[in-house]
Design a protein around this ligand. Structure first.
Ligand code: 13P
Length: 249
């Protein structure tokens, strides 16, 4: 049985004190979750929140890591540094990184490899923009993103990847993919993994949905057989809403 997961992506929200307060609240609320629960926080929160979550079932993720192992790259944070804080996961390939920071397939391929070399499990995001969906090109786009940055991995490496399908037109817009659109894409993604790595790995790969997933629509999205959980932005910043989503999984 593949892992079910609900992950929160805080993005660039919450200063350290606010982040500690939210993590403390979540720790009190999330006791025996039926799925893997992850929070992805800004880099500067990681070490503090890792300590706070030590005796909690909640796992910790970074939202990014550098595409270089170490050295003269002012302002960057390496995968090794992320790992040393106690974080276990790293979001990579988020559409905001692709769009605003020009992270292309090659950069993301390096980041994924560095995360894996440092025993961080990537949560790798893929998804099409509105114009691509309107042109019926969503499958083509998602396939190229997988081939460009993760289908180079060995089967052993790929087994550490969690995928997140996040249609860009649904992120922060309140415009959620319909349960049918999500299921169709997730099934397609699983078929691509099956072609590349075989049936067993395809069945074992966790594929999350992200994009305006909230306390109201999560249960319906999670009912689909190929939707294994969610990557939650805005609704992960309010503990009661995030808990409702966790309980819907
Ligand atoms: P929203 O849930 O705010 O739409 O963000 C989704 C997302 O980008 C998670 O990574």
């Amino acid at each position: 049985m593949r892992k079910k997961m609900v992950a929160g992506n805080w993005k660039m929200n919450k200063n350290l004190q606010e982040g500690v307060a939210l993590a403390t609240e979540l720790k009190q609320l999330v006791i025996n979750p039926k799925c893997e629960v992850v929070i992805a926080t800004p880099f500067i929160h990681l070490a503090t929140i890792a300590q706070l979550l030590k005796d909690s079932p909640i796992a910790l993720a970074a939202e990014n890591c550098a595409d270089k192992p170490a050295g003269a790259f002012t302002g960057e944070v390496s995968a090794e540094m992320v790992k040393s804080t106690g974080a276990q996961y790293c979001i990579l390939g988020h559409s905001e990184r692709r769009a605003y920071y020009h992270e292309d397939y090659d950069i993301l391929r390096e980041k994924v490899l560095l995360a894996l070399q440092n025993q961080l499990k990537p949560i790798f995001c893929i998804g099409e923009v509105k114009e691509e969906r309107e042109a019926g090109k969503q499958n083509q786009v998602v396939k190229a993103q997988l081939e460009g940055s993760v289908f180079n991995l060995t089967p052993e490496q790929f087994q550490n990847i969690t995928l997140a399908y996040e249609p860009v037109w649904a992120i922060g817009t309140g415009l959620t993919a319909t349960p049918q659109q999500a299921q169709e894409m997730h099934a397609y993604i699983r078929s691509l993994i099956q072609q590349k790595y075989g049936e067993q790995i395809a069945q074992d790969t966790t594929i999350l949905y992200g994009g305006s997933c909230n306390a109201k629509n999560a249960a319906e999205l999670f009912q689909n057989p190929d939707v294994d959980g969610g990557l939650i932005g805005g609704a992960s910043l309010k503990a009661p809403d995030f808990l409702t989503i966790i309980n819907a999984r």
